[in-house]
Ligand binder design. Structure first.
Ligand code: GLU
Length: 453
């Protein structure tokens, strides 16, 4: 098994969650309370409609943004290690490219569905528009359980999927990145496959076909921790606004993949200790706080937090009831419903995952006065540094970490300020404010460009 994050896997029948991907091999599923089929795309469309009213979005623009532009589904064969051939289903949903090339992650997950990809692709459009980076939104992936694959099978699936996508991706057209179940190695395989499909004189111009690559193959300094870094910048800004001294405070983190583990690490540098966490193998608590380095190493080696000696085992209910200052969901969608929202005993929620709060949960959190820094803002550090990687590839440059970090910090803080101001000005939640700002940018661009022909 290669270094693939299997942390965010959710089972349909026996719901489970895993920490947000982009990190090495982890296998972190956590039981979920909501059994019925979750209509993720519909939830995202509802947010669009709420925000559309706030910014007075013309109906035709709302209609264009309510559906993805392209829904690409491919079926492709792969030779498995046992000598048999197996068919796989791959997706690439391209929501919008008004502001720049389609952009967004690839998720390798056994429950991958068209509905989820439509929701996630749409959110990428909002993220990029909000962050003022010249990209549109997309998402895709393959329906597969990566924990059951050998390295060689994973590579063949990746390469064959890339081949099946053909010129539906490209450095000036649609640029994938890591997401749940994928990582830098997979991005490098995609890049290599894509480069080998073009004329040899054009090979090097294709490096930017994916972001989140390894440093040796054209990745950027700071990309690996970027999503978590962005989450932490948002928390820091919120703390400043609320005169909340972070030193000595506590956090609980659901999921310990890329986002969860780097968030724990970066928070510990600010004096915030992570006192509870969990993945598909269960939840754990320690009043002294986890050693983020050690736990991350354990997850890298073992694929999950299971067997880590630095904490006591607790139930999912106990996890959500743990009194702490900050809760960071860093797993998958639909984790905080009514039950969890009632249980939570925190002052702030910062969404490292995409769509972790469902609308019923969010309503209760609002009633209880628990602020939520929404996903499209909180976890946008990942795609922001993806943009820096893409720019470096275009210019054949290699920026030092300090430059990437400084630019990300400025971007995150500016976005946080704008969202916070918009929310106050319009009397809406931070989520609707983030959507509102994204829609304002798209509304202006559509008004200026008009509709072809
Ligand atoms: N998968 C990440 C996200 O959900 C990163 C996407 C990217 O870098 O393009 O934002």
């Amino acid at each position: 098994m290669s270094e693939v994050d299997t942390t965010n896997v959710a089972e349909e029948k026996t719901p489970v969650i895993e920490p947000t991907s982009e990190l090495p091999p982890t296998s972190t599923e956590v039981s979920v309370s909501n059994d019925e089929k979750y209509e993720f795309f519909k939830v995202i469309q509802d947010y669009l409609d709420q925000a559309a009213k706030v910014v007075d979005l013309p109906e035709h623009v709302r209609d264009m943004l309510a559906q993805p532009k392209n829904e690409i589904i491919v079926h492709f064969p792969v030779a498995m290690d046992n000598g048999k051939m197996k068919m796989f289903k791959g997706y690439r949903i391209q929501h919008n490219n008004l502001l720049g090339p389609y952009k967004g992650g690839l998720r390798f997950h056994r429950t991958a569905s068209l509905d989820d990809f439509k929701a996630l692709a749409t959110m990428m459009t909002w993220k990029c528009a909000l962050m003022q980076i010249p990209f549109g939104g997309a998402k895709g992936g393959v329906k597969v359980d990566v924990s059951k694959l050998s390295d060689a099978e994973l590579m063949r699936i990746t390469r064959r999927f890339t081949h099946a996508l053909g010129n539906n991706i490209g450095p000036e057209y649609d640029i994938p990145a890591p997401d749940v179940g994928t990582n830098a190695q997979i991005m490098v395989w995609i890049m290599d496959t894509f480069m080998n499909q073009v004329d040899h004189t054009q090979k090097n111009a294709q490096r930017g076909v994916v972001t989140g690559k390894s440093l040796t193959c054209g990745g950027s300094q700071g990309r690996e921790k970027a999503t978590a870094q962005g989450v932490v910048h948002c928390i820091t800004e919120w703390a400043k606004d609320n005169r909340f001294d972070l030193e000595g405070k506590t956090a609980i983190i659901q999921g310990f993949g890329n986002v969860g583990s780097f968030t724990a690490l970066l928070l510990s540098r600010l004096g915030v200790s992570t006192i509870a966490t969990g993945d598909h193998t269960g939840y754990m608590r320690t009043s002294e706080g986890f050693n983020a380095h050690k736990l991350a190493d354990h997850v890298k080696k073992n694929g999950s937090i299971k067997g880590y000696v630095g904490g006591e085992s607790i139930s999912r209910e106990e996890f959500f009831s743990t009194k702490a200052d900050i809760f960071i969901p860093a797993a998958i969608e639909n984790q905080i419903g009514e039950v969890e929202a009632q249980l939570l005993d925190v002052a702030l929620i910062a969404e490292g995952a995409n769509g972790p709060c469902n609308p019923a949960g969010e309503r209760i959190l609002a009633e209880r006065g628990i602020p939520v820094i929404p996903d499209v803002l909180a976890n946008s550090g990942g795609v922001t540094v993806s943009y820096y990687e893409w720019v470096q590839n275009l210019r054949s440059e290699n920026w030092p970490l300090e430059k990437v970090d400084a630019r990300l910090e400025t971007k995150m803080k500016d976005a946080y300020r704008r969202v916070s101001f918009f929310a106050q000005e319009h009397g809406v939640s931070l989520r609707i404010a983030a959507y509102g700002l994204a829609l304002e940018a798209l509304k202006t661009a559509y008004a200026e460009r008009g509709i072809f022909p």
